[in-house]
Design a protein around this ligand. Structure first.
Ligand SMILES: Cc1cc2nc3c(=O)[nH]c(=O)nc-3n(C[C@H](O)[C@H](O)[C@H](O)COP(=O)(O)OP(=O)(O)OC[C@H]3O[C@@H](n4cnc5c(N)ncnc54)[C@H](O)[C@@H]3O)c2cc1C
Length: 402
């Protein structure tokens, strides 16, 4: 039976309430939300994107968008780090292998089955895709792999690895030591277990926002990856996939950060309702200026919602089209750029008390600023949207900055 969106959101709302209580501690300590992950596991959420045929919930991208937003309302660090797991599971769930036959088909299906089984059993997949001095641009990576007996040997350095030390597996993006040539560079994903002796985590995570994601640097020295841990069994799928279907990487983050915007909005409404005019019994919300400011926020929040949900629905109905991909980038741009402005409006509207750590607003303010740092950056989003407007094929990797 298809997953019921309302039922899913009911479960997410329960988790959201618990996450919200724990969020200040993880934020203060910049520690990983271990208890939240235990709750996510117990609720079967590691299998959220895994098809029902493989024991998962089989959420589509719209349902995922809604669920991620709810988690982020409670704890943005939990939602954004969990998004890494879903980038991996979503990409796998979308790989339709029904028509792939023969030895190659078996390799792909075996990989997919293995990853789905691990996720349904509660295992968490992180994604180590970014590099120092490279950012999130797989076409320019310096982490390399070379073929050896039975698999690959991996060397390099990654940055911003969310869930570092906590994920059960890391999906690492790397390029072959020698590129074979061709129009599009070969970039592959390889899967490592977290306790591989060649993995070294450099604990340096102490940031302005998203502190609970624990996104440290990772050094990889002569890490052996068996042949059957090459993602979906073949090399060079990453750039094509990113250009054609950027929604999981780009839209997943947008979904999480839109959740922070909703939390800011909800906080502002409730906070303002409790206040009275100075020295009077009159509720503050009877003041026209206060109402107008709320109206201004409401317009921006609703515009963000429409862009985010519209793009997510387009993924469900028309995945991978240029129009869908432009919609994904429009939503990402708007949430990245308008989110911090909405947070600023909220602080102005609610007043000085909101900068206290006793209230969640100052955490929202710091967290929402991080949206624009995640791929695709705002300038890149505008660039792709502009290209699409001029009829340029943004689904060609050479037309992107991946
Ligand atoms: C909380 C958090 C969690 C994260 N978790 C993960 C994770 O789990 N896994 C992962 O792989 N990554 C993760 N990331 C990394 C994220 O995906 C980004 O890649 C990362 O923030 C890189 O940022 P950067 O600013 O160094 O990138 P850059 O791409 O270097 O961008 C910096 C600035 O320079 C500009 N710029 C860059 N190149 C050019 C150019 N050629 N011309 C003009 N302008 C240019 C950009 O537009 C931008 O304004 C995380 C990031 C954050 C903030």
């Amino acid at each position: 039976m298809p997953l019921d969106t309302e039922q899913l959101l009911e479960t997410c709302d329960g988790l959201k309430q618990v996450f919200a209580k724990r969020a200040p501690k993880y934020d203060l300590e910049a520690s990983f939300p271990v208890e939240n992950y235990q709750d996510l596991r117990e609720a079967g959420m590691m299998g959220l994107m895994v098809p029902e045929s493989h024991g998962g919930m089989g959420a589509n991208f719209y349902q995922y968008t809604r669920a991620a937003g709810r988690f982020a309302q409670g704890c943005a660090s939990t939602a954004v780090s969990f998004n890494m797991h879903n980038i991996v599971m979503g990409a796998l769930a979308e790989a339709d292998l029904s028509g792939v036959e023969g030895r190659f088909g078996k390799i792909m299906k075996d990989f997919q089955d293995w990853a789905f089984n691990e996720a349904v059993a509660g295992k968490v997949f992180g994604a180590a895709l970014t590099e120092p001095n490279v950012g999130f641009h797989p076409g320019s990576l310096s982490t390399t792999y070379k073929k050896v007996e039975g698999g690959f040997l991996l060397n390099g350095k990654k940055s911003f690895v969310s869930m570092s030390g906590h994920a059960d597996y890391y999906v690492v993006a790397a390029v072959p030591e020698v590129q074979p040539g061709g129009e599009v560079p070969v970039v592959s994903w390889l899967v490592l277990p977290k306790d591989d002796p060649g993995i070294e985590i450099e604990s340096m995570w102490n940031t302005m926002g998203m502190r609970g994601t624990v996104s440290n640097n990772m050094k990889l020295t002569n890490v052996f990856v068996p042949r059957n841990r090459l993602f979906l069994g073949f090399e060079g799928l990453v750039l094509q996939k990113l250009a054609n279907e950027p929604h999981f990487v780009v839209g997943g983050f947008t979904a999480c950060y839109f959740g922070v915007i909703e939390a800011i909005y909800n906080f502002t409404v409730e906070h303002q309702k409790r206040r009275k005019m100075a020295g009077k019994e009159t509720p503050l919300i009877e003041n026209e200026m206060v109402q107008t400011r709320m109206g201004e926020m409401s317009v921006q929040v609703e515009a963000a919602r429409q862009l985010v949900y519209h793009a997510a629905r387009m993924v469900v109905s028309d995945r991978g089209s240029k129009e869908t991909n432009a919609a994904i980038h429009r939503a990402k741009y708007f949430v990245s750029e308008m989110g911090p402005q909405i947070a600023s409006m909220a602080v102005r509207a609610c007043g000085g008390g909101t900068i206290s750590k006793h209230l969640p607003m100052e955490r929202f303010y710091r967290d929402i600023r991080c949206c624009g740092l995640m791929p695709a950056k705002s300038d890149e989003c505008l660039w792709y949207i502009g290209k699409e407007a001029f009829g340029i094929d943004i689904n060609k990797p050479s037309e992107t900055y991946w």
